[in-house]
Design a protein around this ligand. Sequence first.
Ligand code: C5P
Length: 222
Amino acid sequence: TKEIAIAIDGPAAAGKSTVAKIVAKQLSYVYIDTGAMYRALTLKALNQQLDLENEEQVIQLLKQTTIHFKHENEQQFVYLDEQDVTNDIRTQEVTHHVSIVSKHQKIREEMVRRQQQLAKNRGVVMDGRDIGTHVIPDAEVKIFLIASVGERAKRRHQENLEKGFSSNLDELKEEIERRDKIDSQREVSPLIKAADAMEMDTTSLTIQEVARRILDIVSEKI
Ligand code: C5P
């Protein structure tokens, strides 16, 4: 069987990373969470109290920043300048600001360059907002996951509670809507379904069902 690239895009909290991890595990592929890269940069910029709207400041910061992944026991760890920030990048503070950082053209160009490097050997499942449109436009399988905002907020809420984080369902819903709006309306590679991506509405599907459907599509390609 040949190794392919699987691109999974979609709005916030649509289940992309959960599904991507299951699919990657089944295929023994590498899972790459591109959102984590934007989050890591945002964390660093916030710590340095940069003006996130200032593209020049943020790109200079990114150029002096290493972000990498480690995979251990089926878990993914995110490293920012050699420091484990796996949990730190999931705070409300980072979530609230990440869409500002990720709208800048120069930031996206550099991130896409790094992501393409990570995906060049295929055998990858990559999730994000622009994977099928810009990062791996020639991915053999492209999925665009959607779900109602109510369902997405509910899922994220449960996830938070399971992790022991405080969580407010209404606030989550607002935050998800706000982030989707910025991500969809930005000028540079906005969140949009690639013309050749397959859209899947997961509102009434379980994670396992979604993963199964994707694996069925993949099996026709490998
Ligand atoms: O996937 P996640 O929700 O962690 O992504 C966080 C944010 O990073 C998104 O809301 C978006 O602003 C940005 N992002 C992006 N392009 C990607 C992945 C994430 O702009 N490929």
